[in-house]
Write a protein that binds this ligand. Sequence first.
Ligand SMILES: Cc1cc2nc3c(=O)[nH]c(=O)nc-3n(C[C@H](O)[C@H](O)[C@H](O)COP(=O)(O)OP(=O)(O)OC[C@H]3O[C@@H](n4cnc5c(N)ncnc54)[C@H](O)[C@@H]3O)c2cc1C
Length: 389
Amino acid sequence: MEIDCDVLIIGGGLTGLITAKEVAKKGFTVKVLEEDMEIGIPEKCAGLVSMKALSQLGIIPKAKIVQNRIERAILHSPSGLSLDIDARKQRVVVLDRSEFDKELAYRAINVGADIILKTRFSQFNEFENFVKVKANGKDYTCRILVDAKGYPIKSKGLLNAAQFEVYSQSFQRDIVEIFFDQRLSPGFFTWIIPYDNHLAKVGVAGIGIDPFKSIELFLKNKKCVILKKIASPLFVYGPLNHFVSQRVVTVGDAAGQSKPTTAGGIYTGGMGGIFAGRALIEALNKNDINCLKMYEEAWFKMFGKEFKVMLLARRIFERLSNNQIDQIFKILSPSLINEICEKCDFDYHSSILIQALSVKEIVKILGVITIEEFKNLASLLGIYKAENN
Ligand SMILES: Cc1cc2nc3c(=O)[nH]c(=O)nc-3n(C[C@H](O)[C@H](O)[C@H](O)COP(=O)(O)OP(=O)(O)OC[C@H]3O[C@@H](n4cnc5c(N)ncnc54)[C@H](O)[C@@H]3O)c2cc1C
């Protein structure tokens, strides 16, 4: 039977476009279906990412895409205690995500991928040698289907989130601020990410919250002007156990590849796109869908342990009261913070988390830890020590 393309990708967001470029550059036919009318719009991201991550993704963004460079991070406890972290070594930037996605689209088109806008995928049927997809009432056939359509809508455990673009004289251009408060943002935090002079992306996420109300409450007594509002859930309980099923491959947020701690997915999802692309090429070249498993193996090798630690930390964090968070802030003296952050990596949170979770005073504050969590912690600590000796 005649097929429309080798690979059909649902979703023209970050990971769909990275996958599209990887596969198209090897001469395979690739189509990307995007339900929105414009790539990158609406923008549903703060765009915080390290230069190291971008270079691993093989992308040096154009100057106009980098809105800002971050030098410090200030963490605030519920009662107003703060921790100041020097972030210069991490080389963290704020991207204009709309422009970034357009740049990714350009790169994919440049090597032959076809992007079809305003086309909403609705269902697929898998056959022995191909997949049939329905979108906007039309049928498409492909050899392999990629699901890159963002957060898994049906999954339990989505955090409600929203982000405003805000003008305020009080924002400091090079400082990211994070506010913990289990009433305003249960299980997560509120962020201020500056992207220009006096302009910042202010966002909040939390279990069961009305995120617009939470940000409005957060901004209530601050002199500011709201310029834009968006809402989009975050999925922080990933990854899925498997990213590949026969001729269907899942990448990015759809595969739960955003970090359980911060929900950052540019790096971990972007790498998913690269690994998926490489496996797709192998599978198409050899006409063997078993090669798709390479993608899963590569991603779990790079991030499997990392995500386990982050999920453990998330489970513990969700149980903490504001009072317990305050007590932890009191223990984290500037010298202890410096010690913990000395080896820290913006893209890999496990070393910071394991070090923090191994401070006796902090463990005492955490209160009840289940036997399973204790075993996990002990084993992760053992692995960490072995790797760092
Ligand atoms: C408020 C917020 C702030 C964030 N901030 C950061 C940050 O600072 N740093 C960071 O690393 N990560 C951040 N993230 C996470 C990051 O944005 C995601 O991890 C990343 O965009 C995932 O890329 P993706 O391609 O998997 O999904 P998306 O970028 O969501 O792309 C999915 C695409 O699929 C399309 N689509 C969906 N359904 C269909 C359909 N049925 N048919 C056709 N097309 C469809 C959508 O329109 C969309 O274009 C943030 C997320 C949110 C919500």
